[in-house]
Design a protein around this ligand. Sequence first.
Ligand code: IPM
Ligand code: MN
Length: 352
Amino acid sequence: MELNIALLAGDGIGPEVIEQAVKVSNAIAKKFNHSINWNHAITGADAIDKVGDPYPDETHEVCMNSDAILFGAIGHPKFDNNPSAKVRPEQGLLKMRKKLGLFANVRPTFTFPSLIDKSPLKKERILGTDLVFLRELTGGIYFGERGRRNNGNTAFDTCTYSRHEIVRLAKKGFELAMKRSKKLCCVDKANVLESSRLWRETVQSMEKDYPEVKVSYEFVDAVAMRLVQWPNSYDVLITENLFGDILTDEASVISGSMGLMPSASIGTETSLFEPIHGSYPQAAGKNIANPLATILSAAMMFEDAFQLKKEANLIREVVNKSLEQSIVTEDLSDGNKSYSTSEVGDWLVSKI
Ligand code: IPM
Ligand code: MN
């Protein structure tokens, strides 16, 4: 099979971790007789420096003309510390999500038996956790009307959702639940917010189309608490953009390391695959960042974008092996030897 993949390395540790994912993907392609065309494009602070736009039209073209997008990370401290910066790397990410219609962000949280002690949570609470958040990604307060009033002394951001936006996200949630344990949790704040009431009403009206799925409705504050108390009680969770942003960071703690969790963003155009961690500027260029989240994102890409399940599973298998044998970067090492970003990549390639 010929795979056309847009490669957006981005900022900070993005290029280093992406390089490992490319090596691993190429090794997989070689083993299973596929050929990959990597279509490089710029994004984030890197693109601001080069052309003044964090998601230039040329990059969008490359994404639209590819079958999948593998993405590193964006963000640079020089923008974080400058609240008056006119263009920010994060705007590129939001523009990309909107222009590519990436309305569903799939963020799995699972544990690795060999790393169970890395989580700050009690082992018996988190063992066997295997849940997936479907976060709405192109609506809500991220994209609503915002501004200042009262000579700049009052600011507002609005959360708006249409039934259509909720239906298409919830549909993905029901479909995923059907493939898993047929349990779906709708996370909202329907006791306060009108947009949440529309979410709840809409999801309730869809229940009849999926009679086998058991749906629960829970308030976001309660979920925030139960998620770390009883993560095992959840399977598929659907929620709006901001709640999903917050809860998925919280959920990453369960697995013990942000450096491990992959994600996919799917929608109307090309799907995008990226690690959930950020650009980790302090580690950039040092060859110490953990490449596994990006490599596991490549596995998701093989499975979801190309239906290449065996290929995806082989990646997951060698990643598991590396964890079991402690061929890991310093964030996961238990004080003994740790390996560099590229050494971990090379080891995985040699196992493939
Ligand atoms: C994420 C990030 C982004 C978001 C930022 C960088 C805009 O935190 O992908 O979760 O808030 O969506
Ligand atoms: Mn986030």
